[in-house]
Design a protein around this ligand. Structure first.
Ligand code: GTP
Ligand code: MG
Length: 136
């Protein structure tokens, strides 16, 4: 089965949505949370994580926001979990995200869109190494 990196971003933690969002993930059959930690992300971690966005206009405010308070950092394992958590999250822009998706139900602001989930097997492998270097 697959493994993916999920972040509940600082807006989700500040708004008390850890249980609500984690519950949706945990409720899916054959999925399991196999690592979970509350962690305030530092700039160097975020620079690695968001390397593909360096230089874009939203990059600096994004990194600032992501470092603004604790996130929940977790590993989720299971059947088609990479595609699956992305589907639960919905599109990047919460206003475009359908009701029933996490971003569609709880978000309005593109930057503060509650959740990150790896977007491919390659991204998952890369990101899991950044956030859980000792995890095997
Ligand atoms: P992640 O799961 O967080 O990686 O989101 P994503 O894959 O849906 O989006 P992407 O990787 O393209 O962008 C990373 C994050 O940057 C997004 O989740 C948003 O928080 C933010 N972001 C992306 N595009 C924009 C934008 O056009 N404007 C602003 N303000 N933020 C953006
Ligand atoms: Mg992304």
């Amino acid at each position: 089965s697959e493994r993916t990196l999920v972040l509940l971003k600082p807006d989700a933690v500040r708004r008390g949505l850890i249980g609500e969002i984690t519950g949706r993930i945990e409720s899916k059959s054959d999925w399991a949370v196999t690592a979970l930690e509350l962690r305030t992300l530092d700039r160097s971690t975020l620079e690695q994580h968001y390397a593909e966005h360096v230089g874009k206009p939203f990059y600096e405010p994004l990194v600032e926001f992501m470092a603004s308070g604790p996130s929940v950092v977790m590993v989720v394992e299971g059947e088609r979990v990479i595609e699956g958590v992305r589907a639960l999250a919905g599109p990047t822009d919460p206003i475009a995200a359908p009701p029933g998706s996490i971003r569609g139900d709880f978000g309005t602001i593109v930057r503060e869109n509650l959740i990150h989930a790896s977007d491919s097997e390659e991204s998952a492998a890369r990101e899991l190494k950044i956030f859980f270097p000792d995890f095997s």
